[in-house]
Design a protein around this ligand. Structure first.
Ligand code: AMP
Length: 115
């Protein structure tokens, strides 16, 4: 079995976080190393999917639920507009292999993609 990720430990409560949103299948919490004025992670509680391609292929409804939660936290913690980033694979910068969405918000208008 694959080694437990830091996000599995967050879901189980072993690593405490400030929960910003929770549904039956999804949680959201602040990124520990924010890259934007608002930087929130949205993850499914299940550890079944390593990345967004696996998730989309197997459970698109859960992916849609993640987007819904991203929209909600962006409204609650910024002006409602947000950038949604999924790093998919090591060479794209993914470091935690439990699918997660980065919700980036708060004054990103002038910041170009990758800039
Ligand atoms: P990625 O590089 O796309 O795999 O993103 C992993 C993200 O998880 C990074 O932005 C880290 O800052 C974040 N991260 C790692 N450990 C924690 C933690 N214990 N609490 C909150 N965020 C974390």
């Amino acid at each position: 079995m694959a080694e437990e990720t830091v996000f599995a430990k967050i879901v189980s409560g072993e690593i405490p976080v400030t929960l910003l949103a929770e549904t039956e299948r999804v949680i959201a919490f602040p990124d520990a190393f924010p890259q934007a004025p608002v930087h929130i992670l949205v993850i499914p509680k299940t550890s079944a999917y390593q990345n967004v391609t696996e998730l989309a292929a197997s459970d698109p409804g859960l992916l849609a639920e993640m987007v819904e939660v991203a929209n909600r936290v962006a409204s609650e913690h910024a002006d409602g507009d947000f950038r949604l980033v999924f790093n998919n694979g090591e060479n794209a910068g993914q470091t935690v292999f439990h699918v997660h969405a980065h919700v980036l918000a708060g004054g990103l208008k002038e910041q170009t993609l990758g800039g």
